[in-house]
Design a protein around this ligand. Structure first.
Ligand code: ADP
Ligand code: MG
Length: 789
């Protein structure tokens, strides 16, 4: 198995009284056949230049009995089939050369029976010799005539598909003919009956359908399936033996065919030449595509030519001078066939049912074994079955008690139980995490530590100052502040968290309060209302901020559900951080995306700049080292006395190489430096873009937030684009203090809140619009530039 094997090609010469002794000579090795053409026979098709040919085959069967032919040609192939190897035996040659005689033999004479009946006999004999195996044999008989498929056993009682026309179907198991009847044969006699039936049908069909039987290909297939009779063996082998009696190989010109006969002859020549093409392709190691589908014959034999089967060719020839041309062409075909290699392999399959039974048996045995071990180790009542719900619940409770400290230890029972304990640890842990988080959520609003924009929004809303400290309301009400135990997003940066903790504690100390890390609420009484972003690139921290009751509205119930933003407008506005999330997903999504993109470009440029700096430092170090080495060389040279030639100092090779190296390093240094300069400029520019985006994001959010939740709907008309005022321009508290009856006071309000009175409204409107447009353009340009790089 697994090794390549050459196809065996034999020649069988039909006995004749008129054997051309002068033209056909056999070698002493019984393998060689030499052909010599006499001058006067050199006519027409045969190559004028060549008169001598020598063919070496696996055996020349001259005057060989049917018995010897079978022994030589078929016996091994058939016996291998019972071990699971596919086999193919083909007879090739011109009409009358003895193909049918070789394959089927004389059906009326037992002694002269051919390969086919002998193969069947061998199969049943081998079955008898193998009582350990249950072997089934099936047969089918296919005829291919004029590219049509005929079932030569269709007249037999057969339960199965009786559909016509038949088709050739390929599946992973191989090729089969859909619609071809396959007959189970439990004994030799049945098989013979089928063979004779097929032979008779072949003859009848040739008469009734006016077929020329020498122009059809016949494939008799024996299917073998061998299973071990012992239950333990779930493997079984299958194989098929194809016995192929090909159509006459004579060429068209000779028979002077016309009309129907011409059509037939063309077909035969075609399918045989396709067979030849396939054989040539199979013999060429470099070819990976074999043209099997060109005709029915090669398609039907696709998995029986080459591939994983044992393959044998018998070339039948006449020994007479008049047939020498055809003989030559048949021998050429045989030589080509010899170039084909196959890789016979066992067709092994698995019986799923048996496999399950075997595994069950083994399982039972292993359980018994375990029970014995347990009793030897004095362990009783150990159950190895999969755990049920009650047992799992018990383990869960054990784990909980263990974590609480009420259970000292969990006893180890078996592997399954250990695995379940670990499993329950995971369950309990994730439940606890959820509990803690939901407790915190009831009390606080959690903001992603890395979400700078949200933090800034909180800062802007006046909830925390630049350092992340909470800013209290003027009425002195305090806000809880702490570091979230879990980040709401995975992959948080522990470094920044640590930095933030430090920042928080130092600020807390400054303010004289206890460390926020202690978990206690922090009271801060400063009354800052406007805040600036704390860091340049938005690396900000998680924090817990208690929902802030803005202005004079009713306080939110601590566990009230998150409000829908719009419509309808909620009676109490959502917390700014929450609203900010919504804003970023909706109206602010585009600017938020640009902001993020800019940030990532900035980070990437920064990284590159730092890498370049590192490289520059490394080059610098090397320059210094090279300089030192060069100085050493120089001083050595000076000590030893210098050579001079025509006023030039002669230096040695080592020094010369150092000079070269130094020159290269300096060049590299300059290039890297230039890169760094460029990168720094880019970083600066990107930083600028990021700042602008952030600014815009927050401005827009503010506008949206006020518009959505605070500005009385009637007033919104004034505030809409084209209106006289933008909501972001005045402190929120003043806008929301406008009652419905106070609208006429709005004009007054404008005067007091806008730096330049009501006249400045259009000015500020224009300014804001221009700024926004400008920022947007700049951002887009910056992005485009960054993308181009
Ligand atoms: P093919 O199938 O190649 O057309 P057949 O097998 O029908 O040729 O052979 C033609 C005739 O020659 C048949 O009558 C057959 O019995 C006879 N014949 C062929 N080969 C032998 C042989 N080796 N010994 C005896 N008779 C043979
Ligand atoms: Mg024949």
């Amino acid at each position: 198995m697994g090794s390549r094997k050459k196809v065996h090609a034999f020649v069988r010469v039909r006995p004749t009284d008129d054997f051309a002794h002068e033209m056909i000579k056999y070698g002493d090795d019984n393998k060689t056949i030499d052909i010599h053409l006499k001058k006067d026979t050199r006519r027409g098709v045969v190559n004028n230049q060549q008169t001598d040919w020598s063919f070496k085959l696996d055996r020349v069967l001259h005057d060989a009995s049917q018995d010897l032919v079978y022994e030589t040609v078929a016996k091994d192939v058939v016996s291998q089939a019972l071990n699971g190897f596919n086999g193919t035996i083909m007879c090739y040659g011109q009409t009358g050369a003895g193909k049918t005689y070789t394959m089927t033999g004389a059906t009326e004479n037992y002694k002269h029976r051919g390969i086919l009946p002998r193969a069947l006999q061998q199969v049943f004999k081998m079955i008898e010799e193998r009582p350990t195996h249950a072997i089934t044999v099936r047969v089918s008989y296919l005829e291919i005539y004029n590219e049509s498929l005929f079932d030569l056993l269709s007249t037999m009682p057969y339960v199965g598909p009786s559909v016509t026309p038949m088709t050739i179907v390929e599946n992973p198991q191989g090729v089969f003919i859909k619609g071809l009847s396959v007959h189970l044969t439990s004994q030799e006699e049945d098989a013979f009956s089928l063979l004779f039936e097929g032979e008779t049908n072949r003859i009848i069909a040739s008469h009734t359908m006016n077929k020329n039987s020498s122009r059809s290909h016949c494939i008799f297939t024996i299917y073998v399936e061998a299973r071990s009779r012992t239950l333990s063996d779930e493997k079984y082998v299958t194989s098929k033996i194809n016995l192929v009696d090909l159509a006459g190989s004579e060429r068209l010109g000779k028979s002077r065919s016309e009309g129907r006969v011409l059509k037939e002859a063309t077909y035969i020549n075609k399918s045989l030449s396709f067979l030849e093409q396939a054989i040539i392709a199979l013999g060429d190691q470099k070819r990976d595509h074999i043209p099997f589908r060109q005709c029915k014959l090669t398609h039907a034999l696709k998995d029986s030519l080459g591939g994983n089967c044992n393959m044998v060719l018998v070339t039948n020839i006449y020994g007479e001078a008049a047939q020498l041309e055809e003989t030559l062409s048949s021998l050429r075909f045989a030589s080509r066939m010899k170039l084909v290699t196959t890789e016979p392999a066992i067709n092994e399959k698995y019986d799923a049912e048996r496999m399950v039974k075997n595994l069950e048996k083994e399982l039972a045995l292993l359980k018994q074994e375990l029970a014995i071990h347990d009793s030897l180790a004095n362990r009783t009542l150990v159950n190895y079955d999969p755990m049920d719900e009650i047992q799992i619940a018990e383990i869960n409770s054990q784990v909980r008690r263990y974590l609480e400290g009420t259970l000292e230890e969990i006893d180890i029972i078996n592997l399954r139980q250990i695995q379940e304990v670990f499993n329950q640890f995971r369950v309990v842990l994730s439940q606890q995490e959820q509990e803690v988080e939901s407790t915190l959520r009831r009390k606080y609003t959690l903001i992603d530590k890395n979400d700078y924009a949200a933090i800034s929004a909180v800062q802007k809303a006046g909830l925390v100052d630049a350092d992340g400290h909470l800013v209290g309301e003027p009425d002195g009400q305090g806000f809880g502040l702490g570091v979230a135990p879990f980040s709401t997003k995975p992959g948080k940066k522990s470094k920044s968290k640590k930095m933030f903790k430090e920042q928080l504690s130092s600020s807390a100390r400054k303010e004289g309060a206890s460390s926020p890390l202690s978990g206690k609420d922090l009271d801060v009484s400063t009354s800052k209302t406007q805040l600036t972003p704390s860091s340049k690139d938005g690396d900000v921290k998680d924090m817990l901020v208690r929902d802030r009751e803005t202005s004079n509205t009713e306080p939110l119930a601590s566990d009230s559900p998150k409000e829908e933003l719009r419509p309808p407008r909620p009676s109490t506005p959502p917390a700014k951080p929450v609203a900010f999330e919504d804003f970023k997903n909706e109206r602010g999504s585009e600017i938020n995306r640009i902001f993020k993109e800019n940030k990532s470009i900035l980070n990437e440029r920064r990284k590159r700049a730092s890498e370049t700096t590192q490289r520059i430092n490394a080059i610098k170090r090397e320059i210094d080292m090279t300089k030192e080495a060069l100085n050493l060389q120089k001083s050595l040279r000076e000590k030893q006395g210098e050579y001079e030639k025509k006023g030039l100092t002669i230096i040695d090779e080592e020094e010369f190489l150092l000079v070269l190296k130094l020159r290269d390093l300096k060049k590299q240094y300059r290039m890297e430096h230039q890169d760094l300069r460029d990168l720094r400029a880019e970083v600066q520019y990107c930083q600028h873009l990021v700042d602008q985006c952030r600014h815009r994001l927050l401005t827009e959010f503010d506008i949206w937030y006020n518009e959505s939740f605070f500005v009385p709907e009637d007033l919104q008309m004034t505030l809409k684009p084209g209106g006289s005022i933008r909501p972001g321009m005045m402190p929120l508290s003043k806008i929301v203090s406008l009652g419905e009856d106070d609208q006429d006071r709005f004009g007054q309000l404008q005067q007091t809140t806008l730096p330049g009175g009501p006249d400045s409204v259009s000015f500020y409107n224009a300014k804001v619009k221009m700024e926004q447009k400008h920022n947007h353009l700049k951002t887009m340009m910056g992005l485009q530039q960054a993308h181009r790089k």
